[in-house]
Design a protein around this ligand. Structure first.
Ligand code: NAD
Ligand code: WQD
Length: 332
């Protein structure tokens, strides 16, 4: 039987590579476009090793309309696009906002234009819980308003969702909370070129000796132990949510919606470090430092909508996320 073709922009990246595996395992044919600006070919090889198959890969920048045109000419059976391609470093976006507007918004604009031209009508967009800013009600649900974004990166996610809302396409925006961990083979993971800014990769660098120590950014928040609270979602569960969204969008005549993807439970920074030490039997050197500018005190997901409408539930443990994150770091 002919497989359904799915274009995966940014498919060589952290979340994209995990999603390729789930797409293949469910009988789809993923096609990657990635300019390798923030990843490595090894991630594609890793995914190919896991699925024991080659994956079609186009290496170019998807803000390039001519090359996108050529791709859609060659691959004329694409049924849906999962759009991961974007820059994601929050701090860098504050220093270089234009880089983020150009790439994150520019790539989506080109994609929407080409999809319309080639009559491809289904898009799944990588959004983020950052669209909520600092929410008034916890857990935060999809009906919460977009508050002021904490960074230009956050602004790009808000604007992209709005752009998608305005076009006549079936669309699902997936608002990820904090993705962590790796596939259990540890053959794919986060290959970002720059020094990490996210908590779990930083803990792993301290564990591996790349950093001597780290800071907890503030312990005077109004949370269970004074440190910030987040919702850490295993990347394999997150990849499977894309599959659920894809099945749903392909089954729907008309759909325009957004889903949160988290675990639905808040975990403090202190708890993450303590748990990492316990399950990996390691000591992490850390100090309490000042608050980090722009940090939200506490945010975690209300998953009711995706549970009810897509029958998606997270099943992977936090233990597995922290173990695979550490193995990925050691193998790098
Ligand atoms: P990633 O950097 O690992 O993956 C993004 C991929 O897109 C990379 O492989 C990069 O080379 C590619 N890319 C970037 N711009 C491109 C362009 N113009 N043309 C072609 N390829 C391009 O990041 P990730 O963690 O896998 O994130 C994927 C998506 O999810 C991004 O849109 C990100 O903003 C979003 N997101 C990530 C997180 C997170 O914490 N990782 C949380 C919420 C949302
Ligand atoms: C988590 C917690 C820090 C590092 C970011 C983006 C968000 C989404 C996910 C893309 C915070 C604390 C961290 C350190 C620390 N990405 N921390 N010491 O900020 O929740 O979310 O990534 O869409 O948009 O903003 O994630 O991993 O940076 O931080 O104490 O060295 O860990 O203060 O409370 P964040 P994070």
């Amino acid at each position: 039987m002919k497989k359904t073709d799915i274009l995966v922009t940014g498919g060589a990246g952290y979340i994209g590579s995990h999603t390729l595996v789930e797409l293949h395992n469910s009988g789809y044919r993923p096609i990657i476009v990635d300019n390798l600006s923030n990843t490595s070919l090894e991630n594609i090889k890793g995914a190919e090793n896991i699925i024991k198959n080659k994956i079609t890969f186009y290496e170019f920048d998807c803000t390039d309309e001519d090359q996108m045109n050529e791709l859609f000419e060659l691959e004329n059976n694409i049924e849906a696009v999962i759009h991961f391609a974007a820059f994601k470093a929050v701090e860098e976006s504050v220093r270089e906002p234009k880089k983020y507007y150009d790439n994150n918004i520019g790539s989506l604009e080109v994609l929407l234009k080409i999809m319309k031209k080639y009559d491809v009508n289904n898009i799944i967009f990588s959004s983020s819980c950052t669209v909520y800013g600092s929410p008034d009600i916890l857990p935060v649900s999809e009906s919460a308003p977009f508050k002021k974004a904490e960074s230009p990166y956050g602004e790009t996610k808000q604007l992209c969702e709005k752009l998608i809302d305005e076009v006549d396409l079936n669309s699902i925006s997936l608002r990820y909370f904090n993705p962590v961990g790796s596939h259990d083979t540890c053959l794919i993971g986060d290959c970002s070129a720059d020094k990490p800014n996210n908590l779990v990769p930083i803990i792993c660098e301290v564990a591996g000796g790349k950093r001597n120590t780290m800071q907890i950014f503030g312990n005077d928040y109004k949370t269970i132990d004074g440190t910030c609270v987040r919702d850490y979602i295993h990347v394999v569960d997150l990849a499977k949510a894309h599959l659920a969204a894809l099945n749903h969008i392909l089954d729907s005549k008309k759909i325009k919606t957004a889903y949160n993807i988290g675990v639905g439970k808040g975990v403090s920074v202190q708890e993450v470090i303590d748990f990492f030490e316990k399950i990996n039997d390691l000591k992490i050197s850390y100090k309490i430092g000042p608050r980090r500018a722009g940090d939200v005190e506490e945010i975690y997901s209300d998953n009711t909508k995706i549970n009810n409408e897509l029958n998606w539930f997270p099943v992977m443990s936090f233990e597995s996320a922290l173990k695979t994150a550490w193995i990925w770091e050691k193998n790098k």
